[in-house]
Design a protein around this ligand. Sequence first.
Ligand SMILES: [Zn+2]
Length: 274
Amino acid sequence: MSLNFCVLASGSSGNCSIIWTDKTAALVDLGCSSRYLLENLDILKIPSKNLEVVFLTHAHMDHISASGLNFIIKNNVPICTHDNVLKDISKKYGDKVKRCLNMPFSKSFEFKDLVIESFDVHHKDRNVSRTLGFTFSHYLDRKEYKIGYVTDTGKICGKIINNLINSNILVIESNYNRMMLDSSFRSYDNKIWVLSDFGHLSNEDAAIAVCKIKKVSTKEDSLKYVYLAHISHHHNTADLAIKTVKEILSENNIKNINLLSTKRKQKSQAIRIK
Ligand SMILES: [Zn+2]
């Protein structure tokens, strides 16, 4: 019996993570190509037929790509997400979305040996009306192990912190370094959106959120692994994100966290619990 997790790809060119247990395998987002997904499933020795559901956070193309959608339709893998997210995806991909199987979605439900909670995060624009965060819990020897998943949010509010309390594994975006964003070639409007409450989190924002979650968590092994995700190719680097978060954790006397970076086109370190 085990709970396993790996970020397969993370960043503006595609986001996809996988959770697998002895009973099921589920993706969170499918913004990479189906070829890239299949290559990585092969490396992890997970047969693609084991994929039973894709949980979608939102409709941006780096979270559900055309190739990813084709894979979902061809392999009859159900999508599980809020109706508003499905509507956003339909606006982008049209009638094709009607050919997807939909798994009933609610704020909290069980699927095989996973308990899933969803909650709203702060990430919107003219194409995206709603973005979700998730937690995935799994019981091993009657003990709960939890994965918290929040990428793409302009701010971390108290409700999000509450949802992420006691996560053993946390995936949180650490999108930009402020100085690099200011001097990047992106348009003024795009920068304003990235910085807004509906855009993305800076390295400092991510670090402060990790400190807050750790401080309110009651379990000793909370936040044992923290993946810094959605690191911008244009206005951040993995080294800078890790360095900044490490410094802020140290200033706040937060210990026993393994910080892991994620890459755009390379899977991260996989974590196996038990
Ligand atoms: Zn997005």
